[in-house]
Ligand binder design. Sequence first.
Ligand code: PEP
Ligand code: MN
Length: 333
Amino acid sequence: MLLEVAKETEVELLRRVLRELNIHHIIKKHEDRHLAVVDHMDAALVERLKEQGLIEAVIQCPGPHKLVSKAFKEKTIIDIHGVQIGGTGVVMISGPCAIESVEQLVETGLALKEQGVKIMRASAYKPRTSPYSFQGHGEEGLRMHFEAQRQHGLLTETEVMDPRDVAIAAQYVDILRVGARNMQNYDLLKELGKCGKPVILKRGLNATIDEWLSSAEYIMAYGNDQVILCERGIRTFETKTRGTLDLSSIPVLRSLTHLPVIVDPSHAAGRADLVGPLAQAAVAVGADGLLTEMHPRPKESMCDARQALSIEEHKVLREKLAKIAEAIGRSIV
Ligand code: PEP
Ligand code: MN
């Protein structure tokens, strides 16, 4: 439940009262008001706090999710320097798995720009299964992303794995991403709550939709309303694909949350030949965007080569997606 604090001057007093009552809470500024978020509180106590002039109104949010729920807000559209995620456009966020060099980023970025893409993905920090695999260029990679952006002009996004990297990454890129393996890294989520940049939150490999939403709740509770959920496939018994893309999560999330939802067909499939069909299905089912891996020379990709689209394949896919988007009253951005 969300308690709207009566006046800013009452925030500290309410905090003290709730602490004395042993009621765990988070007080969060939302637009021009303060909200105290609590899991549950009995009606008599709510009445008493109202009578004392500490709270003004109550928003009931049954279940574990409060700020991410539809009870709190109908719809979130995130505006990133004029590019809207969660509106009628289906936003493609494309680029290589890993940052390899400035030249690679500029070449990819210019090709994407020509196709009309507005946001480029690329990771400096790589969560690899094997410690012997390329681990990413780290902070130096972030600088490459920044340097390349000056030349291609696209918005940029990248993954953060460690809470200590959040502030520095936020200086270099426009959107931060939580990878599947870190969906329940709560210290990371708390830090992202304070970073001031939009966050793409991927679904964990074995996370339920409720657990995923609870992770989004962390980011919002700690101060960041700009959260984008990303379905990227879950672990099942199937071995022909890297993951099993759970497209049912998109309409399910629509009924539960106001947050935008995008789909990553690349990590779900693990195979370039499946990326197109899955991306088309994702648009048809109502995704607000796609996170897709592509590389100017997929075979040379230092990471996830098997699932990278070439520049030409990406172009053909965009054209196919445009038709599907049009059929459902949307457009590809
Ligand atoms: C990625 O998008 O670069 C990535 C590592 O994906 P995931 O976290 O979904 O495995
Ligand atoms: Mn990858």
